[in-house]
Design a protein around this ligand. Structure first.
Ligand SMILES: Nc1ncnc2c1ncn2[C@@H]1O[C@H](COP(=O)(O)OP(=O)(O)OP(=O)(O)O)[C@@H](O)[C@H]1O
Ligand SMILES: O=C(O)C1=C[C@@H](O)[C@@H](O)[C@H](O)C1
Ligand SMILES: [Mg+2]
Length: 174
């Protein structure tokens, strides 16, 4: 298999952490749309949103997704990349899409431990635990819809990588 692999899921699901480990295990390149945007604009997510609003950020995110997609590459997407129907169609057609699924409480706990505010400005203005409940309620169906593989993201990164590899191999045999 040489297709790109797209990691989707909410903030804190581990798209970056697990995506990097998966790329290492597969001998793939790793790329992250949030990092790509930061490097190409010289701005944090919070700065882009302050200047251009979330609509501007989402447009840049869609452009970044296409720019970084390449064979033998694991792409960590931003948590909201799935909001665009065009992005969902693009990822499903271009490669294998992995949804890292975790309950709101787990996500909130991870984000409280390691907030990274400049890259994760508030989406709702609400406290993080409430925000994650709201975000999952709004996006769960989109994550499920775009995914070829749904993985339990509460396990350790090593366990998740092994589970992803099993799921990719099982899919390849179908
Ligand atoms: N499987 C895991 N077990 C425990 N902690 C994890 C796991 N995956 C990620 N984390 C921790 O959760 C935090 C968020 O992880 P990460 O940045 O990879 O999430 P993300 O999905 O890329 O989020 P974002 O959408 O904001 O980029 C980090 O501190 C990371 O160490
Ligand atoms: O869930 C989201 O909407 C976001 C997640 C992050 O990866 C960043 O892309 C940004 O902070 C928005
Ligand atoms: Mg990330």
């Amino acid at each position: 298999m040489t297709q790109p692999i797209f990691m989707v899921g909410a903030r804190g699901a581990g798209k970056t952490t697990v995506g990097k480990a998966l790329a290492r295990a597969l001998g793939y390149q790793f790329t992250d749309t949030d990092v790509f945007m930061q490097q190409t604009t010289g701005l944090s997510v919070a700065e882009v949103v302050a200047r251009e609003g979330w609509a501007g950020f989402r447009q840049r995110e869609s452009d970044a997704l296409k720019a970084v997609t390449a064979p033998r590459t694991v792409v960590a997407t931003g948590g909201g990349a799935v909001l665009s129907a065009e992005n969902r169609a693009f990822m499903r057609a271009a490669g294998q899409v992995i949804y890292l699924r975790a309950p709101a409480g787990t996500l909130a706990h991870r984000l409280e431990e390691y907030p990274l505010d400049a890259q994760r400005p508030t989406l709702t203005g609400k406290p993080i635990a409430e925000e994650m409940v709201e975000v999952l309620a709004a996006r769960e169906a989109l994550y499920q819809d775009v995914a070829h593989h749904v993985l339990d993201a509460t396990a350790s990164p090593e366990e998740i990588v092994a589970a992803i590899q099993r799921s990719l191999n099982a899919g390849a045999l179908e």
